[in-house]
Design a protein around this ligand. Structure first.
Ligand code: HEC
Length: 153
C-alpha cells in the first residue's frame, strides 16, 4: 500500500515538473505572452469563425429558411429603431449650430433617412430579398448624403 502511494507521489512530482520542460512522455509545454495572445485572440477567433461557417454549411433548407426569417425580423426591428432615431435627429437639429437654410436641409436629410428606414422595414417584413437589397442601398445613400454636407464641420 505504501509503495502505491510512493508511486503516485513520484508521478505527481513528475507532472509538476513537466510544466516547464520535458514531461514523462517526452512532451514539452511552453508558456509565452506573445504566443498566448496569438492563440487567445487571433487564432481562436479565426478558428471559431471557421467552425461556425463550416457547421452552417450543413444547414438544411428548412433551417436556412428559418434563419433567413429570423434575420429578416432582426433587420425589420433595427430599421424601425433607425426610423425612431431619425425623429430624434430632426428634434436634435433644432439645437445644432446651423444657419436656418442648413437646418432645413439637415431636417430634409433626416427625413430621407426615416423614409429609407421605413422602406427597409417593410421590405424585410415582406421577405422580398431583391427589394431589401435595393432599399438598404438607398438607406446607405441617405447616410452619405448627409455626411458629405454636415460631417466634419
Ligand atoms: C441628417 C444628417 C445625417 C444622417 C442622415 C446620418 N448621419 Fe451620421 N453623422 C452626421 C453628422 C453631422 C456626424 C458628425 C457628428 C459628430 O461627430 O459630432 C455623423 C457622424 C456619424 C458617425 C461617426 C460617429 C463617430 O464616432 O465619430 C457614424 C459612424 C455615422 N454618422 C453613421 C451614420 C449612418 C450609418 C447613417 C445612416 C444609416 C447616418 N450616419 C446618417 C449626420 C448624419
Amino acid at each position: 500500500m505504501k509503495k502505491v502511494l510512493l508511486v503516485i507521489l513520484v508521478v505527481l512530482a513528475g507532472c509538476a515538473q513537466s510544466e516547464h520542460g520535458t514531461g514523462i512522455d517526452g512532451r514539452e509545454s511552453v508558456s509565452d505572452a506573445a504566443l498566448h495572445a496569438l492563440m487567445a485572440q487571433r487564432i481562436e477567433e479565426l478558428y471559431q469563425r471557421i467552425e461556425v461557417l463550416a457547421f452552417d454549411q450543413n444547414r438544411t433548407l428548412p433551417e436556412l429558411d428559418q434563419d433567413r426569417r429570423r434575420a429578416a425580423s432582426e433587420i425589420a426591428n433595427s430599421a424601425g429603431s433607425l426610423s425612431s432615431i431619425a425623429t430624434e435627429l430632426m428634434q436634435l437639429s433644432e439645437s445644432l449650430d446651423l444657419t436656418e437654410s442648413n437646418r432645413q436641409q439637415f431636417q430634409a436629410l433626416s427625413q430621407n433617412l426615416q423614409s429609407a428606414s421605413n422602406e427597409v422595414r417593410s421590405a424585410a417584413a415582406d421577405a422580398s430579398s431583391e427589394d431589401l437589397a435595393n432599399s438598404v442601398t438607398r438607406l446607405q445613400g441617405t447616410c452619405t448624403a448627409c455626411h458629405s454636407l454636415y460631417r466634419g464641420r
